[in-house]
Design a protein around this ligand. Structure first.
Ligand code: GGG
Length: 361
């Protein structure tokens, strides 16, 4: 029987709650299917770990992760204990960069039965995929501060775009559009104000688009894109954006789906043999951790993306079918989606639906 080694890193805040549910759903699925096994190993790397050890993960943490088939992460951040830039640069960003997980795939789809927040926009209107560049751009980490604490202090954060980095993410977006049968790729830019990096981004986009004549393409400035997502989300198929722009816009995409608790995120390198890393889009929300009100759907959907990436497409679809049956029914939802159920009740209801559903082929 095929066995997958998964590194589970619940992390901080509600990451602990939702990863517990995600693991339970995966365990229920392997029981139902019986054709693969998942071996989880959990790691306590988090802000609590930082307080004890002075780092977010051990020195050889990335080497440890290398031997796994995938990484399943909850959330990172507990700003009252550890500054956010320390926790993010201590755990989440090093995983993405070290394994060169240059694609961050974030679907935005209104699930059946859920209302979203846009008047007059339904499931047929809100259905696009955001392809986020995940290893460079605004999150390159290049910069520094001088004259710290003096009146002439200076802080510089540089944006780094490489031809390799930009071209490969554009190409991935067009290939994805082709694979999904989508008609258009929309590039998010700001080349009117950013005359170096974003003009370069636009040039590479135009060059890559030339190799995909059957797929329409357009560039939209990031400010106009924010408005377009709200006014006309139905005009979007595949969206490609830089690290920061996509980070911001996919929170907006979460709101379009009714809650930031819904969307998942897959950090992958489609070429290299490295573990992909899967997480809900949402953060750690420490203020509501452990209360049983966090929505686990984003984490469970991320588990589905993980299975799909591992080559278990049918199992991935089974999880999505269970989530969709749950939302369509509407009876067992967390408060962010208008329900009264707890995190654990939603998890149990998804497991139950997996058990009763007919196999999908
Ligand atoms: N679920 C992962 C998480 O903790 N996200 C919070 C966050 O701020 N992420 C930044 C990023 O995705 O770059």
């Amino acid at each position: 029987m095929k066995t997958y080694a998964i590194a589970a890193i619940p992390g901080d805040g509600i990451g602990q709650d939702v990863i517990q549910v995600g693991m339970k759903v995966l365990e229920a699925l392997q029981e139902v299917r019986g054709d693969f096994r998942i071996d989880f190993e959990s790691f306590p790397w988090s802000c609590a770990y930082y307080l004890e050890h002075g780092r977010m993960m051990p020195e050889d943490g990335l080497t440890t992760l290398e031997s796994f088939d995938a990484i399943y992460l909850g959330a990172v951040g507990f700003p009252k204990l550890v500054p956010d830039h320390v926790s993010l640069w201590g755990l989440l960003l090093p995983i993405r960069k070290t394994f060169d997980l240059y694609v961050n795939l974030r679907p935005c789809r209104l699930l059946p039965g859920t209302k979203g927040i846009l008047r007059g926009k339904g499931v047929e209107d809100i259905d696009f995929v955001c392809v986020r560049e995940n290893t460079e751009g605004e999150y390159s980490g290049v910069g520094g501060r001088v004259h710290i604490g003096t009146p002439h202090e200076v802080a510089i954060q540089s944006i780094v775009f490489t031809r390799t980095g930009v071209e490969r993410i554009m190409r991935y977006a067009f290939d994805l559009a082709r694979r999904l049968g989508r008609r258009k790729v929309t590039s998010v830019t700001k080349s009117n104000a950013m005359q170096h990096n974003m003009v370069f981004w636009d040039e590479v986009f135009a060059q890559v688009a030339g190799d995909y004549p059957e797929i329409a393409h357009e560039g939209v400035h990031v400010d106009a894109m924010a408005a377009r997502m709200v006014r006309n989300p139905e005009t979007l198929d595949v969206v490609v954006a830089s690290n920061l722009f996509a980070d911001i816009l996919t929170d907006l995409a979460g709101a379009l789906q009714g809650s930031l608790g819904v969307p998942p995120s897959a950090n992958v390198n489609p070429i290299r043999d490295v573990p992909g890393f899967f997480e809900p889009v949402h953060g750690s929300a420490p203020d509501i951790a452990g209360q049983g009100i966090a929505n686990p759907i984003g984490a469970v959907w991320a588990a589905s993306m993980m299975l799909d990436h591992l080559g278990e497409a049918e199992a991935a679809r089974q999880i999505m079918a269970a989530i969709e049956a749950l939302t369509a029914d509407g009876g067992v939802l967390t408060p962010d989606l208008g329900g009264q159920a707890t995190t654990w009740e939603v998890g149990d209801a998804i497991c139950e639906r997996l058990r009763v559903a007919a196999p999908i082929s």
